[in-house]
Design a protein around this ligand. Structure first.
Ligand code: PEP
Ligand code: MN
Length: 362
């Protein structure tokens, strides 16, 4: 029996992929947008760390919709040159939030996509204005908006002629107060099915606490999210805005790696062209590489528990090859055995080499 696809690529509505710069949302890969909550004076020096951690697009918000007026409201137009500097420093596209209609034209040349924040989801003049632009629009779900209200807001953008719309779930208001908002993971499969628009998730504003960002991010990708937007700062506690939910570049790297792995294991790759197939193969190879690293580390740890000198256990190796052959029938018994023998031998050799290295260093 062949398993049914977990996250089918073909939808009742054709998937409508959207590009921010040259980063595709709604394709095989699951890109991560990241950066500090607000652009700070040190932004151009901060973003290379975020880029190095695997972000594909930078958050670059200079107009900030803050809950209280006595908190940092963003650098405003003074921050625009910092967006230019960030783009130049990293080569990555930047997404930024216009708060009012007049911001759209001023901000446009300094960013590659517009973010419409949760509080602005029903600001219809703003929606109409970004609907007239060429920049893609990431439309966040309002604080207590239903799917229909959210899609109604998307219609305002689409009606203006801008079909480059990405929906972003960021948590909704519920009776729970432990998290900042309650992440509605169901929004991902429901809206991907109902609209064909890419659906991304912001685990940061849902969690409100950095320790919960990674689990929510992975839940979103497991549910089929087409991307993530995450608040990341090289010195999270020093963030000028939303410090409690800011993660470090190291934590971002772990999420990006896990997302790559998870998406290659669950999403149905496109098979329509040679380049589609090759993209899928590259993703699977990246996942295999991560698993091989993990296997090699386990083999090295296992050696510590064996009597010395540890001989090879031919019976166990044959059992492993049989188990893999059963799970990978396309390889055939002979092929599976050859692959596993190579892996087993290589992992053992790597553990010997690392032991030798440690002995030489010690
Ligand atoms: C943001 O992403 O900058 C933000 C303010 O989040 P939200 O609009 O989801 O509250
Ligand atoms: Mn924030």
């Amino acid at each position: 029996m062949t398993a049914a696809p977990l996250l089918p690529a073909a939808r009742p509505h054709a998937q409508h992929a959207v590009r921010i710069g040259d980063v595709l949302f709604g394709g095989a890969a699951v890109p991560v947008i990241a950066g500090p909550c607000a652009v700070e004076p040190g932004y151009p020096e901060q973003v290379p760390h975020v880029a190095a951690a695997g972000a594909s697009v930078l958050r670059g918000c200079v107009h900030k919709p803050r809950t209280r007026p006595d908190t940092f409201q963003g650098l405003g137009a003074e921050g625009y040159p910092l967006l230019d500097a960030a783009r130049a420093a990293t080569g990555l596209p930047v997404i930024s939030e216009p708060l009012e209609v007049g911001d759209v034209e001023r901000l446009g040349p300094h960013c590659d996509a517009f973010l419409i924040g949760a509080r602005s989801m029903q600001n219809t003049p703003l929606l109409r204005e970004v609907g007239r632009q060429l920049h893609p629009v990431v439309l966040k779900r309002g604080l207590s908006a239903t799917y229909d209200e959210w899609l109604g807001a998307a219609e305002y953008v689409l009606a203006g002629g801008n079909d480059q719309v990405i929906l972003c779930e960021r948590g909704i208001r519920t009776f729970e107060t432990a998290t900042r908002n309650t992440l509605d993971v169901a929004a991902v499969p429901v809206l991907r099915e109902r609209t064909g628009l890419p659906v991304i998730v912001d685990p940061s504003h849902a969690a409100g606490q950095r320790a919960w960002v990674a689990p929510l991010a992975l839940a979103a990708v497991a549910a089929g999210a087409d991307g993530l937007i995450i608040e990341c700062h090289p010195d999270p506690d020093a963030s000028w805005s939303d410090a409690a939910q800011a993660i470090s570049p190291e934590q971002l790297r772990a999420i990006v790696d896990a997302v790559e792995f998870l998406s290659s294991a669950t999403r149905s790759p496109a098979l329509g062209s040679l380049s589609d197939c090759r993209e899928g193969i590259d993703q699977v190879d990246a996942a295999i590489a991560r698993l091989l690293e993990r296997r090699a580390a386990l083999v090295a740890a296992a050696q510590e528990h064996k009597p010395h000198p540890a001989g090879r256990d031919a019976e166990r190796e044959a059992r492993i090859a049989r188990r893999v052959a059963a799970r990978a029938p396309r390889l055939g018994a002979v092929g599976a055995e050859a692959v596993m023998q190579a892996i087993i031998t290589t992992c053992l050799a790597a553990s010997e080499a690392s032991k030798l290295e440690a002995a030489l260093a010690g």
